[in-house]
Design a binder for this molecule. Structure first.
Ligand code: ADP
Ligand code: MG
Length: 360
């Protein structure tokens, strides 16, 4: 196992720069998830760790070793891709053994490592099968097995679950996490799916347009997003954003919403009197109130059994459904009826309207 250090890394394809100075510290044995919208540079960064792309500027270290000039083979990493690329004409056993054979491992070592990987992944019964005789989940496990047999310092995953159906994806998510708990190998996992990031990562790195927006533990990002982008990206259903104006007086700070509603500003909100801000409140942090709060009109009610999801709008608004609310109990509001919603101000967020940065 080893740590991975990414220091001031840039990537240019021709004259176009796609990574603009990325710094990430990946602790030995951690599970780090790189998450962000499509095209933000996740795969490029992962491929640079793997040695499949040149590093235009900056440095990548695996453990103490600078790897910028090292070919992929000498980096002691194993990569699992989205399209698992098994050899169709080889059995599961042969697929697992292939990299070891290439490395000229002796027969006893190959047998021991293949058996161990198969046992870890529940593939022992399937060793004689060909890939076409396997389900999608089993194939994905073989792909992971091929990484495990190499016993690398670091596992790299590039959206390994995105070809699987929703149910299998959830099951494999748990398997990969459990595998990491068992093996403890440093892992870097790329996904565009924030739920995967939240559920799997010890550290999440949120990227956008070739930059790191924030990194931290899943709950740190959820509780204290550094800016409006991270706030909107992490959490499902997504955080509500309402434009507001900050009002400061001797009595304290308040937020004035578009409809004139005034809410006490969340604790520690910085900012100046009159400053345009964005008030952020998560759907699960709104509750019904008989007076005060935000007056809204119910648009749609969606019961899931466990929860009730309600889309609301503020009267007179032209924007449609501005407030999504998640109740952990049952409600049967009539569409068009008026309800008052009280945000939990201890857990609310305020961002500068211009820069999107958290005001704290
Ligand atoms: P992600 O994995 O986050 O979806 P990528 O790392 O694949 O994003 O791509 C980041 C950016 O780099 C994109 O704008 C993409 O078009 C560009 N890019 C990726 N690979 C190449 C390449 N070989 N040549 C030129 N541009 C590339
Ligand atoms: Mg990608």
């Amino acid at each position: 196992m080893a740590s991975v250090t990414i220091a001031a890394v840039r990537k240019r394809f021709g004259s176009v720069e796609v990574l603009h100075g990325v710094d990430i510290e990946i602790a030995d044995g951690s599970f780090t998830v790189l998450v962000g919208p499509s095209g933000c540079g996740k795969s490029t960064l992962l491929r640079m760790i793997a040695g499949l792309e040149q590093i235009s500027d900056g440095e990548i270290r695996i453990g103490e070793r600078r790897v910028n000039e090292l070919p992929p083979k000498q980096r002691d990493i194993a990569m699992v891709f989205q399209n698992y690329a098994l050899y169709p004409h080889m059995t599961v056993r042969e697929n697992l053994a292939f990299a070891l054979m290439l490395a000229k491992a002796d027969a006893a070592t190959v047998e021991a490592k293949v058996s161990r990987a198969a046992a870890i992944l529940g593939l022992t019964e399937l060793l004689q099968r060909y890939p076409r005789q396997l389900s999608g989940g089993q194939r994905q496990r073989v792909a992971m097995g091929r990484a495990i047999v190499r016993d690398p310092q670091v596992f790299l995953f590039d959206e390994p679950l995105s070809n699987l159906d929703a149910q299998l994806r959830v099951a494999m998510r748990t398997e990969i996490k459990e595998l990491h708990q068992r093996l403890g190998t440093t892992s870097v996992y790329v996904t565009h799916d924030q739920i995967e990031a939240m559920t799997m990562g010890d550290q999440i790195v949120v990227m956008r347009d070739g930059r790191v927006e924030q990194r931290g533990s899943p709950l740190a990002l959820y509780d204290r997003p550094a800016n409006q982008f991270v706030a909107g990206f992490i959490g499902s259903p997504a955080m509500n954003f309402l434009p507001a104006t900050l009002r400061r007086s001797a009595a304290g700070a308040e937020l004035e919403l578009g409809d004139g509603t005034r809410l006490p500003a969340p604790p520690d909100s910085g900012g100046l009197d009159g400053q345009p801000v964005i008030f952020g409140t998560r759907p699960e942090h709104l509750s019904l109130s008989s007076e005060g709060g935000i007056r809204t009109e119910v648009v749609v009610v969606e019961p899931t059994g466990a929860d009730t999801f309600v889309a609301c709008r503020m009267p007179g608004s032209t924007q449609g459904k501005e407030l999504q609310v998640l109740f952990h109990d049952r409600h049967a509001f009539a569409p068009g009826s008026t309800i008052r919603l009280q945000p939990d101000l201890q857990r609310a967020h305020v961002f500068d309207a211009g820069s999107g940065r958290r005001l704290a």
